[in-house]
Design a protein around this ligand. Structure first.
Ligand code: ZN
Length: 439
């Protein structure tokens, strides 16, 4: 059997995202500075604001008053422009459009939760989807070599779907896409990985964790998968480490967000935060009052689109909680980094959140998956365990939960075998509320 040196699987060096951004800005390789990027971002922000005031009925009404104060003279001054909320996004899709619907190539409809009563729709032109392909290509170049086979576990049938854009990006890199999409049974997927000797996987964290657990349970032995990109949901460090250990492979995390045309940021081989698409988006982190968070503080991620004509967004709250990492990345890039996205704004008040549960539970090798819910003053946990796990390991899980979760409400654990149905869904994992009064 080939003995892998993990370090050799990912090329070291500066994130390839920097070269892509230099190309977009028309700069020679290696000449990007924060100052050049900030100048370019400010210029693009002014273009975007002017475009929105002229063409978007929503922004014309919301921020029309700034017309007399243009151009915006600094990125600090830009923080005076009102934020766009997720509720506004959900309620004003067509009014946010700056072009005719005939120019739109892709509409993404997302079911929203919490206080947002209707689905959110995001519109993209074909040119904007091409920006995503180019970014996917940049990101995947870290994970793939020409000729490698890349199994894509995202929907790919519709044009401009996430799997279809990935397929194009992988092909452009000289690698071989194997588009599969969603699955409900891990066993045939693992057989496919073994038969085809797949080198790279792209999928949601819970999908890939399920495949790895099933592979181990089937005793399939050496896994051909060398590199994995996790996207579309939070990947707890414990879950990522379990995948890396279980399959002896390298895992990079991707910060996907539909508002950013599926892609907002990607780790480099240093695996220490998301490098951002700073030529395509301007990123901010704000405190609960909407003011810029102090350097290094956690807050809500806010984005402004810099290269969009169809449905540009100005200072749009994303609901994701993160912070800028102050220290330079080991890869040596000048690009900024966002830390992991450990929470959503709407889950901060919960004593039991999915990211915290993921980190806690996936440290136990016996855990196949779980579902969590809250009802009538108690928390429920449906815990899917390996059939071989003992009463002792269940007690360890219980003790760990009791120590780590700060709640006076009882936690009711139901033990099940196999995998939760939610492991096969692309929907972000959430604590389910079983009673309307609790909400
Ligand atoms: Zn880096």
């Amino acid at each position: 059997m080939e003995q892998r040196s993990i370090d050799k699987l990912l090329p070291r060096g500066i994130t390839p995202l920097q070269a892509e951004i230099e190309e977009t800005l028309g700069l020679a390789a290696g000449t990007l500075t924060r100052e050049k990027l900030a100048d370019w971002q400010l210029q693009r922000i002014n273009q975007t604001v002017a475009h929105c005031l002229e063409n978007s009925p929503f922004y014309h009404e919301k921020i029309g008053f700034i017309k007399d104060h243009l151009p915006i003279r600094s990125l600090t001054e830009f923080t005076n422009v009102p934020l766009t909320t997720q509720v506004e996004l959900a309620q004003n899709a067509l009014q946010l459009l700056c072009c005719s619907q005939s120019e739109i190539a892709r509409v993404v409809t997302l079911n929203t939760s919490g206080t947002i009563s209707r689905s959110k729709r995001l519109f993209f032109t074909a040119a904007e989807m091409q920006q995503t392909v180019r970014y996917f290509q940049t990101g995947m170049s870290t994970l793939l070599a020409p000729g490698w086979q890349c199994l894509i576990l995202f929907p790919h049938q519709r044009p401009h779907s996430i799997g279809s854009l990935l397929k194009t990006a992988v092909t452009n890199l000289g690698a071989i896409p194997v588009p599969l999409g969603m699955f409900e049974n891990p066993m045939p997927v693992n057989q496919l990985i073994q038969e085809k000797q797949i080198e790279t996987l792209v999928g949601a964290p819970k999908q890939i964790y399920t495949l790895m657990k099933n592979w181990t349970q089937l005793r399939l032995g050496h896994c051909p998968v060398r590199t994995i990109l996790l996207s579309s949901d939070y990947a707890a460090p414990a879950l990522r480490q379990a995948i890396e250990r279980g399959w002896d492979c390298q895992v990079l995390d991707h910060y996907g967000m539909t508002e950013c045309g599926y892609g907002a940021g990607i780790e480099c081989s240093a695996k220490d935060g998301f490098h951002l698409r700073e030529a395509d988006f301007y990123y901010e982190v704000v405190d609960p009052s909407g003011q810029p968070a102090a350097a290094g503080d956690w807050g809500e991620v806010v984005i402004t689109t810099l290269r969009r004509d169809g449905m540009p967004l100005i200072r749009c709250r994303t609901g994701d909680v993160s912070r800028f990492v102050d220290e330079p990345c080991a890869c040596g890039t000048v690009l900024r980094r966002l830390d992991g996205i450990p929470e959503r704004v709407d889950s901060l008040e919960l004593s039991l959140s999915i990211p915290r549960l993921d980190q806690l539970l996936f440290q136990f090798p016996c855990v196949n998956g779980y579902d969590a819910y809250q009802e009538e003053g108690r928390f429920g946990l449906e815990l899917y365990l390996d059939e071989s796990s003992s009463a002792r390991t269940l007690n360890e899980v219980r003790d760990s939960l009791a120590q780590s979760i700060q709640t006076t409400d009882p936690i009711v654990i139901t033990v099940k075998s196999g995998f939760p149905h939610s492991a096969f869904s692309l929907a972000k994992k959430r604590v389910q509320f079983k009673s309307a009064e609790i909400r």
